[in-house]
Design a protein around this ligand. Structure first.
Ligand SMILES: [Zn+2]
Length: 455
């Protein structure tokens, strides 16, 4: 039990809502700080007994930068500013940081224990691999990862010590299976680009077999139903297979994957495999029949596609508003402080909703490719990752202020205009509102293409 207590202390953190219940120095409340506690600028500041809401601006919509700078050290200020302030509709609450949704469930405690104590029945993982509904080739690949016999450079170096062990994709770390499929930036981008917006690096795997276990037996609280779980297992298995093929291409002298092309083809393979599975299972899948492309809003309506691009120092959120003929009405890009992809995606939706209200637009559809944000907005009973719990509540409240509003999930491929705008702006450092005459030609060409061809 002592061990359990230790883990509880390690993983429990306040999620900032109205900031009234959290004491700045006594309580854990900054997720990115060690032990979730910020450091004071000087020991004197520690003597003040303050609640977190003291550091909000007057409107309670953001942090008061001056107050932060006067009280905390530089590093803590940066980490505090990465927390989204959503004080209007939220109270402070406890979160359990090790589970995906911040709920303290038996399963998440077990998961933490399991990874900390490295207890895992490998035989069981293998059994789950063979019992899954995957294609035989994918099963074999997962099984080789689970028993750690995939010929990564670290594995090969055990037999020949003069070999280069660095990861061929990122050249940042030794190439083990766990690095390649979880920690490598290339994999991380792909996991995040999946419909589940997974931040895979946050999960704690201490062996490749745990990663495989996660793929074939994903935690139930990630999904809505069994068919989604099967979709996840298939997508994840294909993703891992895809990373391995990218890596082999580079090893055999091919080019490194280009960031913009990354993941292209993965969706198609997913649909191919899923349609085969559905046929053999007789699952009627409406999911499949949809052709993937941007869809116009209803007549006289406006659709606002949102996306975010994450950089080293903060991120940008972007939105593109088009009318029912597919023409650009306006676009916006603004900077936000977070560099958590899922939080940036939610910030994009919040920004979009605020702009819609400010400009008094009616009949608006907000569209995003972040599955967990949209699922959370559509159904308040669905658990969302703890990093965005308060943001989602605030967005829901904002959307209710719009005369006629809807929210919709679209796959990345149907959200390319907003995606490209965010990337372009992150690189060119241009922010603000954009119109047809001022927007990047790369974005405009996507808007034109989507507007002309898709009825
Ligand atoms: Zn790598």
């Amino acid at each position: 039990m002592e061990k359990a207590k230790e883990i509880l202390i390690k993983c429990a953190c306040w999620s900032v809502g109205d900031g009234k219940s959290i004491l700045v120095w006594e309580d854990p409340w900054v997720p990115e700080c060690p032990n979730f506690r910020p450091r004071p600028l000087s020991e004197e500041s520690r003597n003040m007994s303050l609640a977190v809401n003291f550091f909000f601006n007057q409107e309670g919509t953001n942090w008061d930068n001056v107050k932060l700078q006067e009280t905390f050290d530089q590093d803590s200020v940066k980490k505090i500013k990465a927390i989204s302030v959503c004080s209007k509709y939220n109270q402070d609450c406890w979160i359990w940081t090790k589970s995906c949704h911040g709920n303290h469930t038996v399963k998440s405690v077990y998961w933490t224990f399991k990874s900390e104590n490295q207890l895992l029945d490998r035989g069981n993982t293998k059994g789950n691999v063979w019992n899954s509904k995957l294609h035989e080739r994918l099963k074999m690949h997962l099984w080789r990862i689970a028993v750690d016999i995939l010929p990564t450079r670290i594995q090969l170096a055990r037999f020949a010590s003069n070999l280069d062990i660095v990861c061929p994709l990122c050249e940042l770390a030794p190439e083990s299976s766990l690095h390649l499929f979880q920690q490598c930036p290339v994999s991380q981008a792909l996991w995040f680009g999946s419909p589940w917006g997974l931040k895979i690096a946050n999960l704690q795997f201490s062996s490749p077999s745990q990663l495989v276990d996660f793929v074939v037996r994903p935690p139930h609280d990630l999904f809505l139903d069994k068919s989604q779980q099967d979709q996840f297992t298939l997508y994840a298995a294909l993703l891992i297979d895809y990373v391995w093929s990218l890596r082999n291409k580079v090893v055999h002298g091919g080019d490194k994957p280009n960031r913009d092309d990354l993941g292209r083809g993965l969706w198609n393979r997913f649909f191919e495999h899923w349609s085969m599975l559905s046929k053999s299972d007789k699952i009627p899948s409406s999911y499949l029949k949809e052709d993937i492309h941007w869809m116009r809003p209803v007549r006289n309506g406006i659709k606002l596609n949102c996306d975010a691009a994450v950089g080293v120092n903060g991120s940008v959120v972007a939105g593109i508003a088009r009318d029912w003929r597919g023409s650009l009405v306006f676009a916006f890009v603004f900077k936000v402080n977070t560099n958590l992809p899922i939080q940036a995606e939610a910030e994009a939706l919040r920004m979009a909703a605020s702009i819609v209200i400010e400009h008094n637009l009616h009949s608006v559809c907000l569209e995003s490719d972040c599955k967990s944000c949209i699922d959370g907005l559509l159904d308040s009973n669905i658990a969302v990752p703890w990093q965005i719990v308060n943001l989602v509540k605030e967005i829901r409240a904002l959307v209710q202020c719009i005369f006629v509003a809807s929210v919709n999930w679209a796959p990345r491929r149907a959200n390319m205009a907003a995606h490209t705008l965010a990337r372009w702006s992150l690189e060119s450092r241009l922010y603000g509102f954009f119109y047809a005459f001022s927007i990047s030609p790369s974005v405009m060409s996507i808007i034109l293409k989507e507007g002309i061809f898709y009825y």
